[in-house]
Design a protein around this ligand. Structure first.
Ligand code: C5P
Length: 232
């Protein structure tokens, strides 16, 4: 399981995402399909990108009762995605059911990673709205440990948390980290950021990069630079 750059394809239509990906002639990037594109285009967009040779992280962040999540994961597994995710807040029972649903008859399955606390949730809103009073980093590490114990492959986290997640959950437990920016790039709305080089040295396994590539004047060059910095 090597390190890789996952390009966040945050587009609202098939035409836009295909127009973007058509530029990549040599290396087909590992892509992330999020809710916007999936809800706009449906499962056919996953099949289309798969046929074109892309590995796919389907970022739908499932969170429901275990039986519903199990059945939904069975559908995603049949779509042959490479990685999908859910909210660790759905509890161990939900995560175990998700794994069951994902596992195919031959024992293979997509990677399954957990969202711990969204980076849009801060200490104040966690305490006020969720009545969780522990410090944020302890909550994130607890969710990561619970995900590992449920049998999941890793977590989505800030690159700043990746080192600690590996310390607690082991080097093999995957850290998938958004919030990556080039040293000379725009931060935009991301606050806790790292460069691809820093994410590599802290031990992120996959970096999820959107606008630094999708909004670049030359996305293929930006992707190549990102891969060079992160993968080497
Ligand atoms: O454009 P940018 O590089 O900020 O894109 C980052 C991607 O990672 C987006 O698709 C965003 O929704 C996603 N993401 C994130 N922070 C999280 C979880 C997902 O930025 N905590």
């Amino acid at each position: 399981m090597g390190k890789d750059v996952i390009v966040a394809c945050d587009f609202s239509s098939k035409a836009a995402v295909l127009g973007f990906l058509d530029r990549f002639k040599e290396r087909k990037p590992f892509v992330k399909i999020g809710m916007e594109l999936f809800y706009a285009e449906g499962p056919s967009i996953v099949r289309e990108l798969k046929t074109r040779g892309h590995r796919i992280f389907l970022d739908l962040k499932l969170h429901d009762i275990p039986n519903t999540v199990m059945k939904a994961m069975r559908v995603l597994s049949d779509l042959d995605v490479d990685m999908c995710n859910l909210h660790a807040a759905g509890t161990s029972a939900m995560m175990e059911a998700a794994l069951k649903g994902l596992t195919r008859a031959d024992g293979t399955r997509p990677l399954l990673i957990a969202v711990t606390q969204l980076t849009s949730t801060d200490q104040r809103s966690m305490e006020k709205d969720l009545l969780i009073r522990e410090p944020m980093d302890q909550v994130v590490m607890h969710y990561a440990r619970t995900a590992k114990e449920a049998g999941l492959d890793g977590v989505v986290c800030s690159p700043l948390e990746a080192g600690k997640v590996h310390e607690i959950c082991g080097a093999d437990f995957l850290t998938v980290t958004p919030g990556v920016r080039f040293a000379d790039g725009e931060a935009g709305d991301q606050k806790r950021i790292m460069t691809p080089t820093e994410a590599r040295s802290i031990g992120s396994d996959y970096i999820v990069v959107g606008r630094p590539i999708t909004a670049a004047a030359d996305p293929v060059e930006a992707y190549g630079r990102c891969v060079k910095e992160f993968v080497g």
